[in-house]
Design a protein around this ligand. Structure first.
Ligand SMILES: NC(=O)C1=CN([C@@H]2O[C@H](COP(=O)(O)OP(=O)(O)OC[C@H]3O[C@@H](n4cnc5c(N)ncnc54)[C@H](O)[C@@H]3O)[C@@H](O)[C@H]2O)[C@@H](O)CC1
Ligand SMILES: [K+]
Length: 485
């Protein structure tokens, strides 16, 4: 599990640790790690031009001491002093090693830029002259190494207001910051390298966590010798309408590929014909009227993809939600529950899988605000609605009250295409039917779906059906130690 923390949590841990160590120890550890990453990126250090962007706090101090180390290895190191004050001891150390203070035009010719403007001490959007410097650094040809967090990214949330550094690598000190795992911050951070400065024992429970392949391997249900199709988990899928048939096919496909013992599909005539044609494995019930009485026993339901939002759909949704098994609510069913929140009052668990627009309707928030602060809104929705929330998007996050938010790190932007959400509903639904909790089914489902997306894309466009097809390969990769990229 990769865990991440807010700026306040990190600061608290640093205070505890600093009290036990000689002054300056942590900064020296940070600078050593930072210089090593810079040296790796430069290849040969001798003769290279390194420009440090130095702000007024300790983030600038880290950059100056790393600059000192690179200067001692023969690099030309220039510091642009951007703050109203400068870490004096760090600057003196750089000067003794042969470094110099330079003007901002040095950025143009830099082989490497070190962003030490602000770290966890930042508040709000960057002020001048930092803003302009960040824009110049982003436009320069040399790659940027961000110290601790890319300046302009909020360490605690990943929120970006105004200009922010786009780093090749972010060297983060002591522990991951939440903003490095959540977009748009994650996208600005590039590759994240963690420098161990000894914080470990002092860290509290994490703010957010990201599953790794090994975690998913442990959580994934596997058929044992005793398993039969019923015991492996039967998933009901109430999806599709005469207008939208494809969503039903894709949700059933995702569920079958993710290991449901059996999928029982229920819907009207047109999607029934499509599901039968694509998936002879599914047990299909054609609904003459909006009733699920004849569908048979299931251990969980997926409700909503392509279902429509009229009276028929509302009746099907009400019946599925009146059952005593976990329900995953997606797509059109989210519109139905946004109109009639009373549907969510039920004794069994609920997992909702909205994108930002659907969540906006559910919690009456603004879509752009949700995109900018995904964590905050997913948490709020989980608390307000009393459900588990999987918020889809550039970084998929899973929130449930009293648990760390799980963020998914496997996706690819190629997944932003029609129908992939239906596949995700099927995958997560299959995991629910196999007995995982909403929290684990959502986070493992997102992980496998993201990995399947990467496999299906390989750097080129994909279709939702390709993603479903790639789910078994993704499962194999986490359970058999296959490649996870
Ligand atoms: N505390 C510690 O023990 C350690 C701290 N380390 C480094 O120290 C950093 C934190 O240092 P600080 O607490 O000094 O804070 P920062 O260096 O992150 O920033 C604080 C400074 O930035 C200015 N500032 C804040 N918001 C701004 C904005 N929007 N626009 C422009 N200027 C802004 C403030 O006026 C203040 O002078 C960490 O991110 C890390 O890089 C590391 O050396 C590891 C050890
Ligand atoms: K920084």
């Amino acid at each position: 599990m990769r865990t991440a923390y807010t700026a306040d949590q990190i600061r608290g841990a640093e205070h505890e640790l600093m009290a036990r160590l000689p002054e300056g120890t942590l900064m020296q550890r940070a600078a050593t790690g930072l210089a090593a990453v810079c040296a790796d990126l430069l290849g040969r250090v001798y003769g290279k031009r390194v420009v440090l962007l130095v702000g007024s706090g300790d983030n600038g101090g880290d950059a100056l001491y790393a600059g000192e180390r690179l200067a001692r290895r023969g690099a030309w190191v220039g510091a642009v002093l951007a703050g109203s004050k400068t870490h004096e001891a760090g600057l003196a150390a750089l000067m003794r090693a042969g470094g110099r203070v330079v003007e901002r035009d040095a950025l143009e010719r830099a082989d490497l830029i070190v962003d030490g403007l602000v770290g966890i001490g930042a508040s709000g959007a960057l002020r001048e002259p930092y803003r302009a410097l960040v824009e110049e650094a982003n436009a320069a040809r040399g790659p940027i190494v961000a110290v601790d967090v890319p300046s302009g990214v909020d360490a605690g949330s990943g929120r970006v207001e105004g200009p922010a550094v786009r780093a090749r690598v972010t060297v983060t000190m002591g522990a991951y910051k939440t903003g490095l795992l959540v977009d748009p911050g994650a996208e600005h951070a590039g590759t994240v390298e963690l420098v161990d400065i000894g914080l470990g024992a002092h860290l509290p429970d994490p703010d957010v966590a990201a599953l790794t392949g090994a975690d998913v391997d442990v959580l994934l249900p596997r058929p044992g010798n005793e398993s039969d199709k019923y015991r492996r988990g039967v998933l009901g899928v109430a999806a599709g309408s005469d207008t939208f048939t494809g969503a039903a096919v894709l949700a059933v496909g995702g569920a079958l590929r993710a290991g449901a013992g059996m999928v029982r599909y229920a819907g009207p005539g047109a999607p029934v014909a499509q599901v039968r044609a694509h998936w002879p494995e599914a047990v299909v019930t054609e609904l003459e009227r909006p009733s699920i009485d004849d569908v048979g026993r299931v251990q969980a339901w997926v409700l909503g993809p392509g279902l429509g939002t009229g009276d028929w759909a509302h009746e099907v949704a009400a019946q599925v939600l009146a059952s005593s098994v976990p329900v995953l609510i997606d797509a059109d069913a989210l519109t139905l529950v946004a109109r009639d929140r009373g549907l969510l009052r039920r004794p069994a668990p609920v997992l909702i899988t909205p994108h930002a627009g659907e969540l906006a309707r559910l919690i009456r928030a603004d879509r752009d605000d949700i995109e900018a602060a995904r964590l905050e809104h997913a948490r709020r929705a989980a608390a307000e609605l009393g459900v588990t929330v999987l918020l889809k998007g550039s970084t998929t996050v899973v929130a449930e009250e009293s648990r760390p938010v799980r963020v998914n790190v496997t996706g690819t932007s190629w997944l932003a295409t029609g129908g992939t959400g239906d596949v995700l509903a099927g995958v997560a639904g299959a995991l629910l039917a196999q007995g995982l909790s909403c929290y684990d089914a959502a986070s493992c489902g997102a992980f496998l779906h993201g990995l399947a997306g990467r496999r299906a894309a390989e750097g080129a466009p994909l279709t939702a059906a390709d993603v479903a097809t790639a789910v078994p390969a993704a499962i194999r990769a986490v359970t058999g130690g296959g490649r996870l990229s």
